[in-house]
Design a protein around this ligand. Structure first.
Ligand code: SD4
Length: 288
């Protein structure tokens, strides 16, 4: 039995790529990486990889992470420029260094040393993203986050994003931060987040979802509880919650999804069902 869940409708292509690997008994990390590659190289997706939203200086800075639920090893990169597949650099950080996170030029230099293909930042910048930047529009942010379970029971979480549009250069969101944007432990479960990183980080959302699943809570109840609690905690401390959305999966391959805003979608696939997309009804609505 294998299972896969990922954030946003645009990740259906990731579910398809992952399904090809998981269906033939492949590894959850290979499936997660291959799935995310599809989205990173799709210029139509304006919030991940090629075609992603630009920072305040008109540059494209990318964040990504992976986590292996068998070993609890993680690798992440922040603010990487000129590489089409930041998730692959993140995987190399996990597999080939003794560190968890590399940033900016250090991450880029490491990627070159590892022989990871570099295309230059210009090749990744789409005309639409330049238009948005020229008009000084803050156009939001979305992350692809995936949780995969393979036939061997190995669970993996991975993320990739261009982060918040018009961000201050050097800004890092939740997506490459363990426990906030992603967390996974084989035999327990995994979770990934999308939304405004500043809010997701304050409330350590992904780790909390996994801990609730560890206590035996159903994945759907766990994500709903964490979204609601994060939202209410920010409110209680005088903040105004922005978008918070999560998907998760337990060790049996059962997934859940929850959000505090309209229009959140996710993709899923498993050994029992073909890749498909579903829309989530907000558990609480930040706009009402
Ligand atoms: C960030 N959480 O950098 C990411 C962006 C995102 O929906 O997922 N937005 O804050």
């Amino acid at each position: 039995m294998w299972s896969f869940v990922s954030t946003w409708h645009f990740s259906k292509q990731a579910a398809e790529a992952a399904a090809e690997i998981l269906n033939r008994g492949g590894d959850a990390m290979d499936a997660a990486e291959a799935g995310i590659h599809r989205v990173e190289s799709d210029p139509e997706v304006q919030t991940v990889g090629k075609g992603g939203f630009l920072n305040a200086k008109g540059e494209l800075e990318l964040d990504a992470a992976v986590m292996d639920g068998n070993t609890l090893k993680t690798g992440a990169v922040c603010g990487v420029r000129g590489f089409e597949y930041p998730v692959t650099i993140a995987r190399a950080v996990m597999e080939r260094t003794r560190h968890n996170i590399l940033i900016g030029t250090g991450a880029e230099e490491f990627a070159r040393e590892m022989g990871i293909e570099e295309c230059g930042m210009e090749a990744l910048i789409a005309p639409d993203a330049v238009e948005v930047w020229k008009n000084n529009q803050i156009h939001g942010h979305d992350t692809i986050g995936v949780v995969a379970l393979d036939e061997n029971g190995k669970m993996v979480a991975a993320t990739s994003t261009s982060g918040a549009s018009m961000k201050i250069p050097g800004r890092v969101g939740d997506s490459p931060i363990i426990g906030s944007g992603f967390y996974v432990e084989s035999g327990v479960g995994g979770a990934v987040a999308t939304g405004l990183g500043e809010d997701i980080m304050r409330t350590c959302c992904s780790f909390q979802v996994v801990e609730l699943m560890r206590s035996g809570m159903h994945p759907q109840q766990a994500v709903e509880q964490v979204v609601r609690t994060a939202h209410e905690t920010i409110l209680r401390h005088g903040g105004k919650p922005d978008c918070i959305a999560l998907v998760c999966m337990n060790a049996e391959g059962v997934w859940g999804a929850a959000c505090n805003h309209q229009d959140f979608t996710y993709a899923f696939a498993s050994s029992e069902c073909s890749p498909a997309v579903a829309e989530v009804v907000p558990v609480i609505d930040k706009d009402t």
